[in-house]
Ligand binder design. Structure first.
Ligand code: PBG
Length: 354
């Protein structure tokens, strides 16, 4: 399929179809009549012709929950981000909701003593994740709660699935992910977000939730999730980095591929995903654009921990203006076609937008 050159549609360049309409003697280039800088002379006109805007409603805030009372822990690789016990986290999330943030994504920090080979703490209905969901639902009922489904915070080997003879086994993992999703839905999760990249898990989880009566619980699928070096600080934050044996390349995608991302997204939509996600964000803006253009689904981008850390540390080193770089980065996701952005800087950005 050929597309018309947009410049020729504006009458600036003669396309074959319009060449006869160009008066003889008119210069082919628009200058000096046409000066694109005219629309950039002042703030009001720049804003008036802006194609994309970032709003607080675009921002989803990922947070790290910790057991205990009145406990906060710094995360060295993510300046400004803390692991918080449920009581403190609840206060922070109230503030986020007051700023207009619509949803948070929860990640639990599981103590080593509860990590096992099979990660069975993941489907314990009284685990930290479920207790956090219940507390938040009671204290901040109007904020959306998105919960991660994958085994990595709970396994002693740090993988997202069950490990047998050095392999991550797909179908047996899907069986336990269903149970993990169900305890989260029972605790009150609004959106189940499987981040494990097992094949067939979206359909299996959808059926399992429906069968249990949770037909309104939504699924945000980490549909195109890449085996990325940009997750480093996150694994630090949830304490899975030390544990992780090997890499996740047999289930997360190869960064070289984007046709494959479309196939992954198509499958997850067919299996019942309500929303899809591309992850990481910044190095994969092309994938976001392709997914949005191809499927027209609610499409989210995860501005991951490594992207957050890059900006923070660059700013600390005096290399760039943090606030300006942050807003430029978040706007880039909108330009790429994202409907929303999961970002550790969501609250900082919301404050700037307020
Ligand atoms: C795990 C999971 C990861 C992230 C979200 N869920 C890490 C991984 O796949 O190793 C990464 C988030 C980030 O880096 O901000 N299922």
């Amino acid at each position: 399929m050929t597309r018309p050159n947009p410049l020729s549609l504006m009458g600036i360049l003669p396309s074959e179809a319009r060449a006869h309409e160009i008066p003889a003697g008119r210069p082919l280039e628009g200058y000096p009549r046409i000066r694109p800088r005219r629309n950039r002379t002042d703030g009001w006109i720049r804003e008036m012709v802006a194609e994309h805007h970032l709003s607080t409603a675009d921002l989803i805030w990922p947070v790290f929950a910790l057991d205990g009372d009145n406990v906060r822990e710094e995360i060295k690789s993510m300046p400004g981000i803390e692991r918080l016990s449920i009581d403190l986290l609840t206060e922070k999330i109230k503030e986020a909701a007051d700023l207009g943030i619509l949803a948070v994504a929860l990640f639990p920090v599981t103590p080593l003593s509860l990590k096992t080979d099979d990660g069975r703490e993941a489907w314990n209905p009284d685990n930290l994740m479920c207790r956090t969901i219940e507390a938040l639902k009671a204290a901040v009922p109007h904020i959306g709660i998105i919960t991660d489904v994958a085994l990595d915070p709970y396994t002693s080997h740090g993988h997202d699935g069950l490990l047998e003879d050095g392999h991550i086994v797909n179908d047996a993992t899907v069986e336990v992910l269903k149970k993990q999703a169900l305890v989260q839905a029972e605790a009150g999760a609004d959106v189940i977000a499987p981040s494990d990249m097992m094949d067939g898990r979206i359909g299996a989880i959808r059926d399992y939730l429906d069968h249990a009566g949770y037909t309104d619980v939504k699924i945000m699928s980490y549909a195109a999730k890449y085996a990325s070096a940009f997750y480093g600080p996150f694994r630090d934050a949830v304490g899975s980095s030390g544990a992780l044996k090997g890499d996740k390349k047999t289930y997360q995608m190869n960064p070289a591929n984007s046709d494959e991302a479309l196939r992954e997204v198509a499958l997850d939509i067919a299996e019942g995903a309500d929303m899809v996600m591309v992850k990481p964000g910044m190095p994969y803006l092309d994938v976001i654009r392709r997914v949005k253009d191809e499927f027209r689904m609610p499409t989210f981008a995860y501005n991951v921990s490594g992207e957050y850390a890059m900006l923070k540390f660059a700013a600390q080193a005096g290399c760039l203006d943090y606030d300006k770089a942050l807003m430029e980065m978040l706007l880039a996701f909108k330009r790429a076609g994202a409907d929303g952005i999961l970002s550790y800087a969501a609250v900082e950005a919301a404050r700037k937008l307020a």
